[in-house]
Ligand binder design. Structure first.
Ligand code: FE
Length: 467
């Protein structure tokens, strides 16, 4: 291993890889070393549920093969966890004692799954979290000998995991602490409709429940709830949120709250140390979503290079359910607090349609769209632009409102589209030469089999951009 590199990146996930890519693209030949804790090459973490479900093979989720790093002049060391950071000495110490010195360091170690200490017996056999490819492989192997699963946590990741286990043929119960599913992405009315759709798919849902213990002797047999009810399940999957992997930074004396504190240049409190992705906390927020990791990685990389670029100002949260066969998108502020807020709803239970639009002082700041795929792109565009819809407010609760009409001005003929998973922008003027798409090809004309060249997301996960 090189004992010194100009740019050292701790972490080989979305933030780490995107930063490395930005560095070598802006400065070809820059000495860039990526230290990866996992033994696998980069894979799409967001596709782990689809891999678990058997919808994708392992090689299909390995997005950047070893060859990619070679071609880009990036050195990656796998199975190489960092034990210590010495900001004053500009070096990191690896778990095996080797040292690497750097000129600029990026912390991009991501996040780990939270296992609540309030639940007894989580060390039992058959209890899992789904965060890494190794987790998915272990769950898959264990699920083969099990008929029932309990998933603790009804957030996005918990539901995607539940769907995967259900697809494997297990009877699945999801247990959520909040009184509704997807508490961060939905409101009460939207969650009610969504719950009915999840239940109709064959997954059992319990909300407002407190998990007390994992039942079973040595091996998990289910989950005991407060109040005495028992949910059976030989496989228990805990999806109770994520926590930044910030221990390294904390031990080195960097300022850390929920994540490593960074400014608008993604600089930490230590000189020449930057942070991006789930490990970083910006303006009180640890985003935990891919578009934020991609945007932060880009700004961090440019800052590390000393390139003048627009500062990072935050990311509009946008989440789309990716595996359940339900079209659900949640953007921006969906449960707004404070004054000056108006909400507009369309609810058609029989059609599986729910649309909520949130205005603050007349400007659109958030939306929930269930079963309304056509409006995802235009609504996202309006929110990112902070469009003033006060003049159209009386139309916002009309079922067949086409939000494209509300976008100001004429839409350009060849619109650019952005990947909602990773932030990649498809520009028709440039095409996608690696995917054999010629410049001048409109997004609408791309083959259904075309996928995001940056992360592998399907066409359906792209939204049209504000121009
Ligand atoms: Fe993408």
């Amino acid at each position: 291993m090189r004992a010194h590199a100009q740019y050292v990146i701790v972490g080989n996930g979305v933030a780490g890889v995107n930063a490395a890519k930005t560095i070598v693209e802006a400065k070809p030949g820059a000495g860039t070393v990526v230290l990866a804790a996992e033994k696998h090459h980069y894979y799409n973490r967001w596709q782990l549920p689809a891999f678990l479900a058997g919808e994708l093979a392992q090689h299909e989720i390995l997005f950047y093969p070893p060859r990619w790093y070679e071609d880009h002049g990036i050195t990656v060391h796998l199975d190489c966890a960092v034990a210590q950071l010495d900001p004053a000495g500009h070096r990191v110490v690896l778990c095996d004692g080797r040292q690497v010195s750097y000129e600029r360091l990026l912390l991009a170690a991501g996040s780990a799954a939270v296992v609540p200490p309030t639940i007894a017996g989580t060390e039992k056999q058959g209890v899992f979290v789904l965060r890494t490819l190794d987790d998915a492989l272990a769950i898959k192997a264990y699920a083969a000998g099990t008929k029932e699963a309990a998933v603790i946590g009804g957030g996005l990741l918990g539901l995607e995991a539940a769907h995967a286990l259900h697809a494997l043929g297990l009877a699945v119960t999801v247990i959520e602490f909040f009184p509704r599913l997807l508490p961060r992405q939905l409101d009460i009315a939207g969650a009610e409709l969504f719950r009915a759709m999840v239940e109709a798919s064959g997954i059992r849902v319990i909300t407002g429940a407190v998990c007390q213990e994992i039942l079973g002797e040595g091996r998990a047999a289910g989950v005991g709830l407060q109040g005495g009810e028992a949910v059976s399940g030989g496989l228990v999957l805990i999806s109770a949120g994520i926590r930044s992997r910030s221990q390294l930074a904390q031990a080195a004396g960097l300022e850390v709250k929920r994540g490593v504190l960074v400014n608008e240049r993604l600089q930490s409190s230590a000189p020449d140390v930057y942070a991006a992705g789930d490990v970083a906390e910006f303006s009180g927020q640890v985003y935990g979503i891919i578009p934020a990791a991609v945007e932060q990685a880009r700004v961090a990389a440019l800052s590390m290079l000393g390139v003048d670029s627009a500062p990072y100002t935050g990311t509009v949260p946008l989440t789309t359910l990716k595996t359940m066969g339900i079209d659900l998108t949640s953007i921006g502020e969906v449960n707004p607090e404070g004054g000056g807020v108006q909400e507009y709803r369309v609810v058609r239970r029989e059609k599986g349609l729910y649309r909520k639009i949130v205005l603050r002082d007349g400007r659109i700041v958030g939306a929930i769209l269930i079963g309304d795929k056509a409006n995802v792109s235009p609504v996202t565009r309006l929110i990112k632009a902070g469009a003033d819809l006060s003049a159209q407010a009386d139309q916002l609760d009309e079922e067949d409102l086409d939000f494209r009409r509300l976008s100001s001005g004429d839409a350009p003929k060849l619109a650019r589209y952005q990947c909602t998973i990773c932030g990649y922008i498809y520009d028709p003027a440039k095409g996608d030469l690696e995917g054999s798409v010629l410049p001048g090809t409109p997004f609408e004309k791309l083959a259904d089999s075309w996928t995001c060249p940056n992360c592998g997301a399907s066409r359906a996960l792209f939204v049209r951009m504000e121009e």
